[in-house]
Design a protein around this ligand. Structure first.
Ligand code: NAD
Length: 283
């Protein structure tokens, strides 16, 4: 399998932008595809602001900033991803929408290209089977915020070739991450363990066990977690969180995965967390 030099990223939300920064800083040529020109411009603006903050904190030099900006471009044309050695899909957590995208990528991306998904929970096999190259499809699951979080879960659907997984693990390692290989089960390792906890925090709140802010004080103080569950739900995004819980519930039918009503009501109200300025907290 050819070396990975050029990485395409589809989706310019929280994760698409973060993964673009990570891959650009690791030295890859990166092309991010957003559905709109405005979204594409926003990726470069966001990346510039993030790199400028790091220059100000003396974590990177101005030369490094400039070379990362020279390597990362953004487009609103999926066709511009044709020559990518690896494409990482990072769009909305919706299986039908992702399947449609993988079928399109199959037509566009050169035959040797690896097609990966950043899905948090959806069955990677379903995306592999939407293509004619299921042996070259895997999950490369980054965590939020991607530039800071050390872990990447490389997900191996039963159709994936060993060299696809080897290339994905090497890519994640080259991005400075700790890469683990996981089977294609909803939630992989981290979200299968994390989401019952987050969902049960909402349950405790709904039951009146403690206030939201007291629950958020409890877990950092009592377990040394870096933030409380409501702050983390807001960071993840409540729509994404509900989608993750739904996928976990669909796979395992465990009641701990059944999304609590407050989560669904907030999503219905458009209170999606930090990204909309309001979730459990206001930003
Ligand atoms: N938020 C997290 O903490 C987190 C962490 C790891 C992985 N993920 C996964 O990353 C992926 C993206 O999540 P995010 O948090 O960046 O979400 P987001 O809401 O910030 O971004 C979603 C992106 O998908 C695009 N999009 C929406 N509908 C679309 C459609 N019909 N066709 C094409 N593009 C569409 C949006 O324009 C946006 O660019 C999801 O699969 C999610 O599960 C999220």
């Amino acid at each position: 399998m050819a070396d990975i030099n050029t990485v395409g990223i589809v989706g310019s939300g929280i994760m698409g932008s973060g993964v673009a920064e990570v891959a650009g800083r690791a030295g890859y040529q990166v092309i991010v595809r957003s559905r709109t020109r405005r979204g594409a411009d926003a990726v470069i603006e966001g990346l510039t602001a993030s790199l400028d903050r790091q220059v100000a904190k003396e974590r990177i030099t101005t030369d490094e900033r400039n070379s990362v900006l020279g390597r990362v471009t953004a487009t609103d044309h999926l066709g511009h991803l044709a020559d990518c050695d690896l494409v990482i899909e990072s769009i909305v957590e919706d299986l039908a929408v992702k399947r449609e995208l993988f079928a399109e990528l199959e037509q566009i991306v050169k035959p040797s290209g690896i097609l990966a998904t950043n899905t948090s929970t959806l069955p990677v096999i379903e995306l592999a089977m939407a293509t004619q190259r299921p042996e070259q499809v895997c999950g490369i699951h980054f965590f939020n915020p991607a530039p800071q979080m050390k872990l990447v879960e490389v997900v191996k659907p039963i159709t994936a070739g060993d060299d696809t997984i080897t290339a994905a693990l090497a890519f994640a390692t080259a991005c400075g991450k700790d890469a683990i290989e996981v089977a294609d089960r909803a939630g992989f390792v981290v979200n299968a363990l994390l989401f019952p906890y987050l969902n049960n925090a909402v349950r405790l709140y709904e039951q009146g066990t403690a206030s939201m802010t007291d629950i958020d004080t409890a877990m950092p103080g009592g377990c040394n977690f870096p933030m409380g569950p409501f702050a983390l739900l807001d960071l993840v995004g409540l729509d994404t969180s509900v989608a993750i819980l739904d996928a976990l519930y669909a796979e395992f039918h465990d009641p701990n995965y059944a999304a609590m009503p407050t989560l669904r009501r907030k999503v219905a109200a458009g209170q999606l967390g930090r990204k909309t300025g309001r979730g459990f907290y206001r930003y």
